[in-house]
Design a protein around this ligand. Sequence first.
Ligand code: SF4
Ligand code: SF4
Length: 340
Amino acid sequence: MRTRPLGRTGLHVSEIVFGGIPILQQDYPQAERVLRAALEAGINCFDTARGYGDSEAKMGRALAADECFIMSKAHTTDGARILTDLEQTLANLNRDHVDVYAMHQVGSAEQLAECLGPGGALEALRKAKADGKARAIGITGHHRPTLIAAVEQAGDEIDSVMLLLNPLELDALDRLVPLCNERGVGLVAMKAAGAGVWDSAQVLVSTKWCLNQPITCANIGFATVDEVQAAARIGREDLTLTDEDEATLQRLRDQYELSYCRRCGECAPCPKGINIVGTLVGESMVKRLGWAQLGQRNFLENARKARDCDECGLCVERCPWALNVPALLPDALRRIEAMA
Ligand code: SF4
Ligand code: SF4
């Protein structure tokens, strides 16, 4: 599989990165089969997180330290806490270092200020890097302005950004992607193949589309060996989009443009206390994480608040994508309940 340099890190990672969420729902032997298949298909970089249940431990058991790169991350802004998380990550992975350790889901100016301030996560990761426990420092998030600010303020130290990018979420191409490229910051596209609800042809063409953008790699979650092998072919074959690819992209846009929630959070807060994002993307969360990880009872209770919607229209006014949220919520709830 082709590799690309991850910014200035010196790491050359495969164009397809193994996303470590779907293995959460598998037992260790199943997860090992999919992970080893990825390695055999040429994938040399695996993404996981402290927040992904036993995903780190499964990678630690299946992948030897000298076989591949691993990116992991911890959802905290606090320096002491992220170092504790890093030690746990290393224990789970059975390694003495991780290739990228990221500040996970930094989603607001306040959180970023905590990360970058005294005693914050960046200061701690600087030390971890100097100690050889993390080869590179990353940041991930769904909130594009926060990621832009992170690179503007700390792009000399932040080596890699994991951002939302796919044919329905293009906004990062305007400012964030060029900025990272100017600053030598690696770019890992997440939700590069949607988030578990697109069909297999749409997943593959979305991945291919992403790799046509000026990024390093596409992070794809795999549940089966067949999925790994199909996606890995994209990292070996010509990336030129064919007429058939363009038709599939058009079908994807036609089907999801007005119903796909980009998780930007601009619609919040709802006066009725409805968790709009959590409900609209609930089906994908259940598919990817499973009920055990999410906590079925609370998750369903939360989603059922959608029934309180009085169609006030506030969220529709706020949504940059003009999603008709009140019309989408009942169907989103029905699909979540169907999986319970
Ligand atoms: S339309 Fe419904 S979901 Fe949207 S803000 Fe109003 S009550 Fe909340
Ligand atoms: S409904 Fe619209 S505003 Fe709300 S998170 Fe989804 S895309 Fe963003």
